[in-house]
Design a protein around this ligand. Structure first.
Ligand code: 13P
Length: 255
């Protein structure tokens, strides 16, 4: 992390926690995280727990995020959730283009782009996920893959709007596998993403955008990852479901 960019730690609860479980988790995190004032904290529960978690977080600085949304504001789209719905329930953030959405549900770069446009238009902060598979990394394609994802997600987006986004570099091979990118490997990709942002917008915008790392972030590896100059936070899966491990990662961001 570099001074000037406020660290941001987000918990992606994925398809875990019923509303009562979500309430308990959010309440416990709120009760114990409040004194940590130098970091942005975001909880991203499943859709069905958003309302109850919003209620738990009322009046606290902890942000609420969804894990996905459709790009249309409304429509005959059975099973989908719109940006307006997320705003109404109290979300400020939305995770877009997570690799599980891309791999399991066929989300394309073009769909992610539409979603980014809609999120920005309604005032939601998109957390846009990019990352390569193991095969792509081993074939030396990491930069090409990530660049394509970033270029496509932010095509034709003015610099002022680009300055509002959050990126999450999540190498697919590190998600839920216990296999974490080394701090140097991760920072190297973050640095390249920032260079691309400078090309797409300008140096000031690129220097402002926060880039989280995600993929098997744990209390044991968080401090070393977050100490890297271009790693501005973490998008945490499994370890965000336990109060203590999540808060240890948050502490690592401020120490
Ligand atoms: P894990 O932390 O469980 O590897 O998940 C990372 C992730 O996908 C966060 O979005």
């Amino acid at each position: 992390m570099q001074t000037g960019r406020r660290p941001i730690i987000a918990g992606n609860w994925k398809m875990y926690t019923t509303p009562p479980e979500g309430r308990a988790l959010a309440q416990a995190i709120r009760a114990r995280a409040e004194p940590l004032a130098q970091v942005d904290l975001v909880l991203c529960p499943p859709f069905t727990s958003l309302a109850v978690v919003a209620e738990c977080l009322q009046g606290s600085p902890i942000g609420l995020g969804a894990q996905n949304m459709h790009w249309e504001l409304e429509g005959a789209l059975t099973g989908e959730v719109s940006a307006k719905m997320l705003l109404t329930v109290g979300c400020h953030y939305v995770i877009l283009g997570h690799s599980e959405r891309r791999t399991c549900f066929g989300e394309t770069d073009a769909m992610v782009h539409q979603k980014v446009l809609t999120a920005l238009a309604v005032g939601l902060t998109p957390i846009v996920c990019v990352g390569e598979t193991l095969v792509q990394r081993e074939a030396g394609q990491t930069e090409a893959v990530v660049y394509t994802q970033v270029r496509s997600a932010f095509a034709d987006i003015p610099s002022a709007d680009l300055g509002r986004v959050i990126l999450a570099y999540e190498p697919v091979w590190a998600i839920g596998t216990g296999r974490v990118a080394t701090p140097v490997q991760a920072n190297d990709v973050h640095r390249r993403i920032r260079a691309l942002l400078a090309e797409l917008a300008d140096d000031t915008t690129a220097a402002r955008v926060r880039i989280q790392y995600g993929g098997s972030v744990k209390p044991e590896n968080a401090a070393a990852l977050l100490a890297e100059p271009d790693i501005d936070g973490a998008l945490v899966g499994g370890a965000s479901l336990k109060v203590e491990t999540f808060l240890e990662i948050v502490r690592a961001a401020v120490s």
